[in-house]
Design a protein around this ligand. Structure first.
Ligand code: PXL
Length: 270
């Protein structure tokens, strides 16, 4: 039996909903063998309104982890990035993808956590746009990130999202998934896929109450695992949308501040 191998290069969220924790759980649900390289450690302060802080690891520690993860005897089947933390680490990831000729590269350009208006790593935005989007098989910006990368600013409707997807495709991302999620007005959660030819509008009824912390990471990780198991990007995106919708449906209240998705939902939540 061939075991598909997946790698995430991302931040840690000790609360378990987002970050590499979400990625690894999702990789496992898809039956793939997951590996994780930590770039940053995100913490949330329960005594200060769940305020987010980020500690970024030194680039040489990240590099040593990458060498460890890629020291298996076979090529990995797909990889994703999440929160990155510094321009040096973005450059290291670019160099790694090129040096090892990595395939099925999903770039989830995490610039901010949901509900946080401040960008956590604003200095990485240009580096991700210039170095990682052009070598991505699939990129998965949310509305805020897509507005920044496309230069269009606030995206208010599906037409805006389509325009942004076209611009991001022209930046070199082969397939673009803009995660509108529940952010647009109206009764449906909408994501838009674009491959340079075809737009696919992925729509599901909004779920209330939305326990959706980690939904973006989980969606991107599910796309990555789908690619690793041999799906085309379009097939991987359609399957991932179902996976993440069920994960939100069966999400739960973690504390007064946050409700994460439940990554095992599709398998265990009836
Ligand atoms: O959801 C974005 C995100 C990504 N990565 C890490 C995070 C978060 C949000 O909390 O903590 C590590």
């Amino acid at each position: 039996m061939k075991i598909a191998k997946t790698l995430t290069i991302a931040g840690s969220d000790a609360s378990g909903g987002a970050g590499l924790e979400a990625d690894l759980k999702t990789f496992t649900e898809y039956g793939t063998y997951g590996m994780a390289v930590v770039t940053t450690i995100a913490t949330m302060d329960p005594k200060n309104n769940w305020k987010h802080s980020v500690s970024t690891l030194p680039v040489d520690v990240v590099e040593a982890q990458i060498e460890t993860a890629l020291a298996g005897t076979e090529q990995i089947d797909a990889m994703k990035t999440g929160m990155i933390g510094s321009v040096e680490i973005v450059e290291l990831i670019r160099d790694t993808i090129k040096k090892y000729d990595l395939k099925n590269v999903v770039i989830d350009p995490v610039l901010a956590c949901k509900g946080e208006d401040d960008l956590l790593n604003p200095e990485t935005a240009d580096a991700i746009k210039n170095y990682l989007l052009p070598i991505s098989t699939v990129s998965t910006p949310n509305l805020l990130e897509a507005g920044i990368f496309s230069g269009l600013g606030k995206l208010k409707n599906v037409e805006d999202i389509k325009k942004a997807a076209k611009i991001i495709h022209e930046l070199g991302s082969e397939h673009v998934v803009i995660k509108g999620g529940k952010a647009l007005e109206g009764g449906t959660a909408i994501d838009v896929y674009y491959d340079g030819v075809e737009y696919l509008i992925l729509e599901e009824k909004k779920i209330s109450p939305a326990h959706n912390h980690g939904a973006g990471c989980t969606f991107a990780a599910a796309i990555t695992a789908g690619l690793a198991t041999g799906l085309t990007p379009k097939e991987a995106v359609i399957k991932a949308k179902k996976f993440v919708t069920k994960a939100i449906e069966c999400g739960f209240q973690f504390n007064e501040f946050v409700g994460p998705v439940y990554h095992s939902a599709l398998r265990v939540c009836k």
